[in-house]
Write a protein that binds this ligand. Sequence first.
Ligand code: NAP
Length: 264
Amino acid sequence: MPRLLEGKTALILGVANRWSLAYAIAQAFAREGARLILTYQGDRQKLTVEELAAELKAHQTLACDVSQDDQLANLTSQLQSQGTVLNAVVHSIAFANREDLSRPFVETSRAGFALAQDVSAFSLVAVARATAPLMPPKDQGGGSIITLTYLGSTRVVENYNVMGVAKAALEAAMRYLASDLGASNIRVNAISAGAVKTASARGIRGFSKMLEGAAHLAPLRRNTDPAEVADAAVFLASDLGRGVTGNVLYVDAGMQIMGFAGLE
Ligand code: NAP
């Protein structure tokens, strides 16, 4: 059977460790034949990402802190100088100060709000600008940009706070980018993943309870498997997703449809 991403090159930002959603996506992309380029934020993560990249037989690892314009420019020029053509880009990045994920939202500081917006939402715009010029022309397929979001963008989820507001901005940015880049046949979509225990998620106070609650309430009566999120990303990166742009695709065991459930 032909593999879905054979002959495609994918840049994946946001692998921190084996539990990262980006790592599950990288595994699925490798399974489907994609040539992988992974980024790491800084020297602290370099070794881990290089080890994971070796396991995945990734083509390359590159440094990129998305809050630094010079690093994004460097990423573009490095890829350009080696003649890399990108078919897919996965943006799997978010950050907020831990205290902003535990105190009441009304107490959010100006600096904490700006930081969450910069790293978690604006970075998608910056990454799209840095990578769209590396994608094939529209008659040769264009490209696919995928970001990761969460239900806290549209519903109030306890303790998600400043990150919920950043995810709302991220989803709006995704739609504006889809409109801008559509003429170049570059599709931009978000996957809204159900709660998964990762390093970032552990920063949210009461996250384990949230997982338990979601498993009880979700229509599928279980939590989300990172591999399910990864397979949705394969779909969006592949030619099967060629008609889909500007969309938030929920991969959350159905959690987003639920309202109030009676207490048992
Ligand atoms: P994760 O493994 O901690 O991944 C978050 C990544 O963001 C890490 O690789 C982190 O790098 C990176 N990052 C933070 N600041 C950065 C910067 N300035 N430059 C470059 N990279 C930076 O956690 P995850 O849960 O897989 O998160 C991935 C995405 O999925 C996030 O957008 C998250 O909001 C979203 N999501 C997660 C869940 C969930 O329940 N886990 C649900 C829905 C959506 P370092 O570790 O090197 O700092």
